[in-house]
Each structure stands twice: as C-alpha cells, then as structure tokens.
Design a protein around this ligand. Structure first.
Ligand code: WTA
Length: 573
C-alpha cells in the first residue's frame, strides 16, 4: 500500500530545483570553500572549528551539551581553545604521529569532542567505539588497526585488554576522580586546562585519513571502514541540500559518535557549516528528548526510525506537553522509515519526516528526500546531485524502472570509503566492474526516479538502528561451552526493526533450560555488547547447513516466519 505523497515545503532552500542543480553540479565548486583550494592542504578540525573561531562566528555557540549532570555551552572560539589544549595534551603525553590510530571509547561528554578534534588537529585517524562494547569487541578493533592509543574513562578501563595489545602504548583516562599515571595511563582532566590553548594544526593532504569506523558484515570480523579528509566536501554540501542548514539553525542529531551518523552528521556536517549543534548525553527518554527540543529551540532534528517508533509508542499526549514549534525540518536515517511513522510525524509535529539513505561505507548521505520535493512515504528519495545511483543486476547492468535489484552507486563520490583497513580484497569485493559500488541493499527505482528500499541482500541484522553481523554473534555463541552450533537471524519487530534471534544446538550433556538461555545471553552481552545479545534463543537438535558446513540462515528465517524454505539443494542430508 502506498500512502499519498506529501507536497514540497515552501521556503528558501539550498536545493530548490533538483533537476537543474543535478544537471549542472560540479564538486570542484564546493572545494573552493576550504583551505585546500588556497594552500593545497586541509584539516577537518580547522575547517569545522578554527575557521569559524577566526571569523564573525567567533562568539556563536558551536555546542550545547547536556546530560543528567552537566549543562554547558561552548562557542566556536572556546571550542578552538579547548581542542588546541586537547591536541597539546595528546601530543605531549604520547609518541603519536600523523596517521596513527587513536580510539575513543567513552560516553558522550564535551571532553569527548575536545579530544576527538584535538586528535584530528594532530592528523591522527580517530576510531570511535560504542560505549556498550565489551572486551572481545574492543580487542578485535584495536588489534586489527594496530592502535597506539585509546581515550576512555576509569569505569570502562577494565574492558581494555592491554596485555593482549602490545602496540597500545597510551591510555588517556577521563574521570573526575583522577587516575594513577603509571603504565602509560594519562589523567586527562588533571592536565587539560593547563595545556596551552595555542596549537599549529597538522596540515594534511585531502586523501589523508580522518575516521576509522568498524562496521559489521554478514561474514568475517567487523571491518574497518577508513574515510579520508576529503569526505568533508560531501558532508558539508549535504548539510546544505539535505539538512537544509540556515545560519540561525539549532541542530540536533541524536546519534552516538560510535556510529558514522554521530561523526559525519553529529559534528562534521553542522560544524563545517558553522551551525550550532546540540548534543545530549545519557539514555533515550521521550521526556528528555522533547524537553531538549523545547529548551534549545531545536530547528533541525536528525534521528532514526527506531527512535521515532519509540516516541510514537510513548503516545501523542506527551507531545502536547512540550512546545516543539521551533522544529522546521525533521530527518531520519538507518533503517526503512515506515510510511506509518511519516504519517504520524505529519500529524503530531506537523512536519514531514525526511528519510535519508546512506551507509558507513558511503561516508555521507546519498539518497534523500529534500524539503523542496514531494515525499512519497516509504521511499528513500533521490540521489544527491553529483552522485549517481542505480539499480543494477549481478553483472552490473542497469535495470529499468520498477525492477528490483542491487542498489549501487557509481564509484568515485567524494565521501566514498578509501580502504577497508588491512583488507584490500574485502575493499575490492564491494565494486563491480570497477564501476559500481554495490551496497548490499536491494531496492527499485520508480518511474519518477524515487528509490524504494526492499531489504538486505546479505544477512546483516538491523536492530534498533544498529548494524549487527550474524557471524560475529554466532562466533561468540560458539565460545560458550554449552553451544555446539549457532545460527543467528534478524526477526522482524514492530519497534526495533529487527531483534536478534539465535538458534542453538547444544553440546552433548547439556539440557535446554531457561537458566541456560539466560546464561548464554549474558555471555554474549558481557563479551560482545548488550545490543548484540540475542533477545530470543531457541534450541534445536541440529541446524540446517550447506554441504560446506555454512549455517543456512535463510532456512532458519523461513522456519521462523513460516515461509517456504526455497531451494534446499545445497543443504547437507
Ligand atoms: C540501512 C549508516 C532503509 C541499509 C548511516 C544500509 C536504510 C545500512 C536507510 C547501513 C534508509 C540506512 N532506509 N535502510 N533510509 N538508511 N539503511 O552503515 O540496509 O550502520 O545498507 O549506516 O542501513 O548501515 P550503517
């Protein structure tokens, strides 16, 4: 069923004539915005912070930060000084050099952003991690990328297996209580304010590294997606076209920086555009969220379908308790945005929710709904100008309208990932005929050029907006002494998109029980991450496997959903 299209929004928009602007667009025009055009060198932290601190925006608010304990405001000038201090601190307490990997593993706080941009000022490659990660997940990422340093808190420190990571030389600890400075530990808060607020940024090439985001695929370990400084060109420009940034906007992106949305659109895009950004710490809470919109007068709000569905579940009466009238533009990313949610948004906020599609690998928004364009609820919209997307078959031939196939992007868009860390073969495997980047999503394009998401081609699970690789969870399950075989699928769920369901065959001698289910769940939670722990576990005598021994997740899924199992010719007897 297709819900009726919502008409374009009146007003002055950066993207006002899609066809014309797409036809004439040239990325080299955007490059002129940045120092690279003048000096041949670039640095994200300079373009996002220092440049504004040295302009009329000097005293403009860059960051409103709020959590249960803190409520702080920083101008661009103050951000420049604090990130300079952070850079000096990182530099004077380590032997980190340009291009080295430093990870950030801590809850959101102003210091997280001072240190992130301080690291960028030094020319380091920043690897953000979710606070929920446990020892195994941290080890994999630090080991694979050969990280030399990590920034964390005393509370999270026990999860870092330093003895197994010989190259991890320095651990920066951010905690009020202070930390003992032995064994490569540095107490950040003890030194930060006495560090100099002057720092000469490391000038970089546009192809030098920026961030390293680990993300899950359906096979193998999580992979390190490396983005280059040049990604800023697309992150900046989509801020205009898609987020529709205006000088006076108060912008709030709800994503954690552990996720690419929280870096690219949490801070890079708004600050590249000199826009005031709200960052809210702590957990999701409908009251705190609506309160934040009211208190800060948020005008542009970027969130995810799971969050919108949870807000929907919290009821419409709650919405009426807050003044949300400042909202001008609402957007979503991460999973299919259900037409019901778009309809709900139009009813309760009197705002269309604009869906945007992109991936960790794309480094920036690719297919989007724009304010100046009618929205077809359920559709992801159209490709941004300057980037070509298409539906192709497995040979790379473009398919006609309304035919389902692989959603693909023409190689070479500005914020395209530059490497899969340590794994050139994996990187190459994304591209077809050296022409198309194949996303792993299936979709079709309708006769008006709108793209419609159909599903993942592989088995990647999207649960509450988090991308979880079934293989990673299966591997962890197998480490439990009671588990002989494990197969993991995403089971559709009205609120979370999907939940993780595990099918488990037990080692001889173990009996199925509720206690065992709980024990196995806790095991995954403790070793991997809470969001990766299966919500449901079902015991089976044996799991369906191919003759080569690969668990057939598609058969498990068919069983679960009562669907035909399809071709079973490759299944073992
Ligand atoms: C899914 C970060 C439907 C999709 C931004 C993609 C979406 C994966 C949408 C990437 C959308 C993202 N509609 N599905 N608007 N946006 N996805 O790298 O399957 O964590 O391939 O994303 O999320 O996940 P990632």
């Amino acid at each position: 069923m297709r819900v009726e299209a919502l008409p374009a929004k009146p007003g002055k928009h950066h993207l006002h004539n899609y066809e014309e602007q797409s036809a004439n667009f040239d990325w080299s025009e955007v490059e002129k915005e940045f120092s690279w055009a003048k000096t041949g060198k670039i640095n994200m932290a300079h373009e996002a912070i220092d440049r504004h601190a040295e302009s009329d925006r000097k005293n403009k608010v860059a960051l409103y930060y709020k959590d249960q304990h803190r409520n702080e405001t920083y101008t661009f000038y103050e951000m420049k000084r604090m990130t300079n201090r952070a850079a000096n601190l990182l530099k004077s307490h380590s032997d980190l050099e340009k291009g080295d990997r430093i990870f950030i593993f801590m809850p959101r706080s102003p210091e997280l952003y001072f240190l992130m941009f301080g690291a960028l000022k030094m020319g380091l490659i920043v690897g953000p991690l979710f606070e929920a990660f446990m020892e195994g997940a941290i080890y994999d990422r630090l080991e694979d990328s050969n990280a030399k340093a990590i920034i964390t808190t005393p509370e999270l420190l026990p999860r870092i297996p330093k003895d197994r990571l010989p190259n991890l030389k320095t651990i920066f600890l951010v905690g009020e209580e202070g930390a003992e400075e032995t064994d490569g530990h540095v107490d950040v808060l003890k030194h930060l304010n006495s560090c100099s607020d002057q720092f000469d940024v490391e000038w970089l090439e546009k192809e030098d590294g920026l961030v390293l985001h680990y993300t899950s695929g359906s096979t193998g370990k999580p992979k390190g997606v490396l983005h280059a400084q040049y990604a800023m060109v697309q992150q900046y420009q989509t801020g205009k076209w898609v987020l529709d940034f205006q000088e006076q906007d108060i912008y709030w992106c709800t994503a954690d920086p552990g996720w690419v949305t929280g870096t690219a659109y949490g801070v890079f895009s708004p600050w590249l555009n000199g826009v005031t950004t709200v960052i809210l710490g702590g957990r999701f809470s409908p009251d705190a969220w609506y309160q934040a919109i009211e208190d800060y007068g948020v005008t542009v709000w970027y969130s995810a379908p799971t969050a919108f569905r949870m807000l929907m579940g919290a009821g419409d009466a709650l919405v009426k308790e807050y003044n949300l009238s400042t909202l001008r533009h609402v957007l979503s990313v991460g999973e299919p945005l259900n037409p019901e949610v778009v309809k709900w948004g139009a009813q309760v906020f009197d705002k269309r929710i604009h869906d945007t599609w992109w991936m960790t690998e794309t480094g920036g928004q690719v297919i989007c709904n724009y304010p100046s364009m009618a929205i077809k609820p359920g559709s992801m919209g159209k490709p941004i100008p300057g980037v070509q997307a298409a539906i192709v078959d497995d040979q790379g031939t473009e398919l006609p309208a309304n035919q389902m196939g692989n959603l693909a992007i023409k190689k070479g868009w500005p914020s395209m990932m530059r490497q899969i860390w340590n794994n050139p073969q994996k990187y190459d495997s994304y591209f077809l005929n050296d022409e198309w980047y194949v996303s792993g999503d299936s979709a079709y394009m309708d006769e008006d050029g709108y793209f419609w998401f159909q599903g993942r081609v592989d088995d990647v699970i999207m649960t509450s907006g988090e991308r979880v690789g079934p293989f990673e969870v299966e591997s962890k399950l197998l480490e439990h002494p009671a588990v002989a075989e494990a197969g993991v699928i995403g089971k559709p769920d009205p609120v979370r998109g999907e939940i993780i369901k595990a099918f488990v065959a037990l080692v001889e001698g173990y009996e199925p029980s509720d206690e065992l289910i709980e024990e196995i769940r806790q095991f995954v939670k403790k070793e991997l991450a809470a969001h990766a722990a299966p919500r449901e576990i079902e015991f089976k005598d044996k799991l369906p496997k191919t003759r080569s021994g690969k668990i057939m997740r598609r058969v498990l899924k068919a069983w679960e959903l009562d669907l035909p199992t399809g071709d079973l010719s490759t299944m073992e007897d």
